[in-house]
Ligand binder design. Structure first.
Ligand code: AQP
Length: 334
């Protein structure tokens, strides 16, 4: 049997996971965890590229870890770990910085977009973020990286850095490819349905968190922005709010858009919103129960994190040592 390919994906603890993260990424990770040699990483260092409250970041990192297990990721099948627990990420990042050009980084559209929000004092880390992402990926000899369209440019940069290094020295890094699953919906904000649903949105009504109680979910759905046509049908351009709700319903029921639409057309907006809320609540019920169980014993959770970090580190350090040797660093004596 052919060896399984390595797959790496990261998720930021920059807020509570939303149904956007779940239907767009996590749910698919749960499906593919048996098909690949998967590394799933809570990228806490990436979250620091924007201001964070220290206590909240610490709490959320723990919660996000528990939520990934509660969502169905297996600690046996995958390597599930926290980025800052494996120092090789920061160490390789520095070395890759020495093979990355300012011009390349300044072309990253995500930097251009996000730096506007930071005003005058743009953090160097925001500029350098794609190099840390390259280190995350390259440490695990990754073949596949599941990403949304917004990360395509960063994968290209990772490939360029890896190819450059391999040519300058000798083959060291696997050249990764973006993995774009056929399913994996893009879930939009409930308040501004032309923008992506985001866990760090300051408007709590814009997203549904995986931790939201049933009555909160119903309330947020009731407030979701729609239109005045009063007809439930999918039309992304002219009816972004309703189309987003159909997409959410389709994701929650594991259906395609056509079938989802067939089920709900003819309903009033109020009944349709309630139907969507019920489907989400049904999906989240077992996840929330398992999450509560995991969060009730922090010591066990910390032990899981340690096991995950040790497992990740074994692979990461092998790659790091190769790179250190090739660039001319003297190994530390034992
Ligand atoms: N709304 C979404 N629809 C579909 N997929 C989504 N993802 C995020 N939001 C949606 C996917 O979730 C994975 C992890 O994303 P991330 O946390 O690393 O960063 P992000 O894409 O920036 O997610 P957020 O929620 O918008 O975070 P903040 O608010 O901190 O920027 C990725 O695979 C992403 O595609």
């Amino acid at each position: 049997m052919a060896e399984k390919k390595n797959l790496f994906s990261g998720i930021q603890p920059s807020g509570d996971f939303t149904i956007g993260n779940y239907y767009g990424a996590i749910k698919n990770w749960v499906k593919i965890q048996y098909d690949y040699n998967c590394y799933f990483c809570i990228v806490d260092l990436h979250a620091l590229t924007v201001p964070q409250d220290a206590a909240a970041l610490r709490r959320r990192t723990m919660e996000c870890y528990a939520m990934l297990i509660a969502s169905g990721l297996s600690l046996e099948e995958t390597t599930l770990f926290v980025q800052s627990h494996v120092p090789a990420h920061s160490e390789l990042m520095w070395l890759l910085n020495c093979f990355t050009y300012m011009g390349e980084l300044s072309r990253m559209t995500q930097y251009k977009d996000k730096s506007v929000k930071q005003g005058e004092n743009v953090r160097a880390a925001l500029f350098d973020y794609p190099v840390l992402m390259a280190a995350d990926i390259l440490l695990y000899q990754t073949h596949l990286v599941p990403v949304g369209d917004d990360q395509k440019q960063h994968i290209e940069l990772t490939r360029d850095i890896a190819t450059r290094f391999n040519h300058l020295y000798s083959p060291t890094f696997e050249i990764p490819e973006g993995y774009y699953p056929k399913t994996g919906a893009r879930i939009m904000s409930l308040q501004e349905p032309t923008s992506k649903m985001s866990k760090s949105d300051t408007n709590e009504n814009a997203f549904i968190s995986l931790k939201d109680a049933p009555d909160t979910i119903v309330r947020k759905l009731k407030r979701a922005v729609t239109d005045s046509e009063a007809a439930v049908h999918y039309d992304e351009k002219n009816k972004p709010g309703i189309s987003n709700l159909i997409q959410i319903y389709a994701s929650a029921c594991d259906m395609d858009i056509e079938n989802a639409q067939r089920e709900v057309e003819g309903l009033s907006y109020a009944d349709f919103k309630l139907r969507v809320a019920e489907a989400i609540i049904e999906n989240l019920k077992p996840i929330q129960a398992e999450y509560a169980r995991l969060m009730s014993d922090k010591a066990v959770l910390e032990e899981y994190m340690k096991v995950g970090a040790d497992k990740a580190e074994r692979t990461a350090v092998k790659t790091l040592r190769k790179v250190q040797k090739k660039v001319g660093l003297v190994p530390r004596g034992r």
